[in-house]
Design a protein around this ligand. Structure first.
Ligand SMILES: C[S@@+](CC[C@H](N)C(=O)[O-])C[C@H]1O[C@@H](n2cnc3c(N)ncnc32)[C@H](O)[C@@H]1O
Length: 295
């Protein structure tokens, strides 16, 4: 078994929100007569292995255990793919996308474990952006989907989010890399260097972030008053901008995205929700906001 060690308490918080939404989605779907001809599909685009491990440092146990290796002291928890497979009633199809071949192999084990659903599970070894763009273009009218984008960093391009919105059939949960990446690229003294700026433009899908995070201000220098672009971007402002961007392309977006905090209370990620189906969006967002608002 390859180790897939990531996240802390915030990971549990994140996955619990996803579990609740998937459960509510399938409950409503199964009770809706009009939905009987539709195929509900769960897509996990950064699927991992199906489980995650947390290492407990020996000192946390309170007794010296020198004979134990790190592995002895690891706890195995469910990852998003496994959580999705346990939802009742189940989705008709599960698509797990994972770029890493070894992790994708681990996902294959889920087919044996959930053998009665084996034929509903597709494991795709691919880059999520490339595969999903093609998949969105191929989606038929009969399909409806919940898509979870759970990257480590800045892997999700805005051009993909646009394609998702255009389908009008996908409910999107996305982990936005607020503190882990974006905040770090927004340099303090002046606009970020060109390569970083391009990365930010790729994630926001516009250069408007420059004016939003670095407004022109008059500053007094040794040579008199000068116009300068000074960073005015805290975590709230960055979150606000990303939600504003989502609102430009989705009919409804949850107003209370959840900051996922590290042990020092700094945001690592922002868990966001957007619904693309104009008819279902108000209900979907109401449910998501409720789930996001509860601990
Ligand atoms: C945070 S982990 C996902 C955890 C998973 N959602 C869970 O709860 O168990 C991110 C995963 O995305 C994979 N990954 C990274 N870049 C990718 C890409 N461009 N396309 C597809 N998968 C990618 C990594 O190999 C890693 O397994």
């Amino acid at each position: 078994m390859t180790h897939h060690n990531f996240g802390g308490d915030w990971t549990t918080e994140k996955l619990e929100r996803i579990r609740k939404y998937l459960s509510a989605y399938m409950m409503i779907f199964s009770r809706n007569k009009r939905a009987q001809n539709l195929t509900p599909i769960y897509i996990d685009a950064f699927a991992g292995t199906g489980y995650r491990t947390i290492s407990h440092p020996h000192k946390e146990i309170g007794v010296p255990l020198p004979e134990l290796t790190e592995t002895d002291n690891e706890e195995f928890l469910k990852g998003s793919a496994r959580i999705a497979l346990e939802i009742e009633p189940p989705f008709k199809r599960y698509i797990f996308i994972e770029r890493d071949r070894h992790r994708a192999n681990e996902l294959e084990n889920l087919k044996a474990e959930f053998s009665q659903m084996r034929s509903s599970i597709e494991i795709i070894i691919a880059d999520a952006n490339t595969y999903l763009k093609q998949w969105c273009a191929r989606m038929t009218d009969r399909m409806r989907s919940v898509l979870f984008l759970d990257p480590y960093g800045m892997q999700v391009e805005w051009s993909l989010i646009e394609m998702i919105a255009k389908t009008k059939k996908i409910d999107l949960w996305i982990l936005f890399p607020l503190g882990i990446a974006v905040n770090r690229l927004l340099t303090r003294a002046s606009l970020p260097p060109e390569q970083w700026a391009q990365t930010l433009t790729r994630i926001f899908g516009t250069e408007e972030w420059k004016g939003y995070f670095y407004p022109q201000r008059k500053v007094t220098t040794l040579f008199g008053e000068q116009e300068q672009q000074i960073r005015e971007a805290d975590y709230n402002r960055i979150s606000e901008f990303f939600i504003m961007r989502l609102k430009t392309i989705f009919p409804a977006v949850a107003e209370n995205p959840l900051p996922l905090l590290n042990s020092r209370n700094n945001p690592l990620y922002l868990l966001c929700f957007a619904a693309s189906n104009p008819r279902g969006a108000p209900t979907a967002v109401k449910i998501a906001q409720d789930i996001l608002g509860k601990s």
